[in-house]
Design a protein around this ligand. Structure first.
Ligand SMILES: [Zn+2]
Length: 302
């Protein structure tokens, strides 16, 4: 304490000592600044990367976070560059979809920020979805997606709003049972497999209210009379940060484009417009434009 008093109490210091002590003080301050600067460098240079699963099936997704970096890290996965979105402070997040057609095997996730790069290896396993044979009656057999339908749907599915609009748990849009799983390979009227089922079908009688799965914004409403011949009456919702939900084959649409919608708000009514064999709801969830199994979201908070 005595030493401290000598250094810091001006009354007991001669002028010479005061000069020395000021020089020491400045030196100490510069040292502290240099140390803090280096500390900041150390914090930002050490990305804390977390990948929630080592292994996922086709049609599922990985949740990845990077903490401790001031600006958006670059994320490369399976030959594709994906945006990461700010979750809070220096924490960045992305939901990495595994396309249903991704061959099973090992893949690399690579994270880069500035000079630092970290790599993680993950495994994709097969979901072994069977082939579903569908018989369409003559009124639906000749239907093909129109150019306007294809281009508008594609654009809406790739919406990447930086803000997180969804909050809380994702809800099932109607309460019926799942009558067709995500990822089933589909063959129509005895023909070859033509793609896979990019959502789930939920049993719902004609006119059942269809409710929004989570908070978001309507990015597309498409009607049969405006060329939506395959999807039927369609609503697509942007939930922010690359998460988009779709509702197809509706008998009626109750919202308009640009409208903000709450979780549970009625978007329209179930029906069987477009290529559909009976009234039901087709519900899809997309990440960066890639379809994943919507049942992974139901009842969960992202
Ligand atoms: Zn469907």
């Amino acid at each position: 304490m005595a030493t401290k008093n000598i250094y810091w109490h001006p009354k007991v210091l001669c002028s010479g000592w005061r000069v020395v002590s000021r020089a020491r003080l400045l030196f100490a301050l510069f040292g502290l600044l240099f140390f803090m600067n280096n500390m900041a460098g150390v914090v930002y240079a050490q990305m804390k990367v977390h990948v929630d699963h080592a292994q996922r099936e086709q049609g599922q997704f990985f949740t990845v976070t990077v903490d401790g970096v001031p600006s958006e890290p670059t994320l490369n996965v399976m030959g594709r560059s994906l945006r990461m979105f700010r979750h809070s402070g220096s924490l960045w997040r992305a939901f990495v979809p595994v396309e249903n057609t991704t061959p099973p095997g090992k893949y690399r996730l690579s994270f880069r920020e500035g000079e630092e790069e970290q790599r993680f290896e993950v495994t994709v396993t097969p979901n072994n979805r069977p082939i579903q044979k569908i018989q369409l009656d003559s009124s639906k057999t000749g239907l093909h997606a129109t150019e306007i339908e294809k281009s508008r749907v594609k654009r809406a599915l790739h919406t990447e709003t930086p803000e997180q609009l969804f909050q809380g748990v994702f809800r099932r849009p109607v309460s019926g049972r799942t009558c067709s799983l995500f990822g089933l390979q589909r063959s129509y009227n005895g023909g070859p497999v033509e793609g896979y089922h990019k959502g789930i079908d939920i049993s719902a009688s004609q006119g059942t209210p269809v409710r929004c799965t989570a908070h978001g914004k309507v990015v597309l409403t498409g009607a049969v009379e405006n060329g939506f011949l395959v999807h039927g009456n369609t609503v697509i919702i942007d939930h922010g940060q690359g998460v988009v939900s779709v509702y197809l084959h509706l008998s009626a649409i109750a919202v308009h484009e640009g409208q903000s919608v709450e979780a549970g708000e009625i978007l329209g009514n179930a029906g069987h417009t477009g290529i559909s064999t009976a009234p039901h709801l087709h519900w899809g969830l997309y990440l960066y434009g890639t379809s994943v199994d919507p049942e992974l979201f139901e009842g969960f908070e992202l």
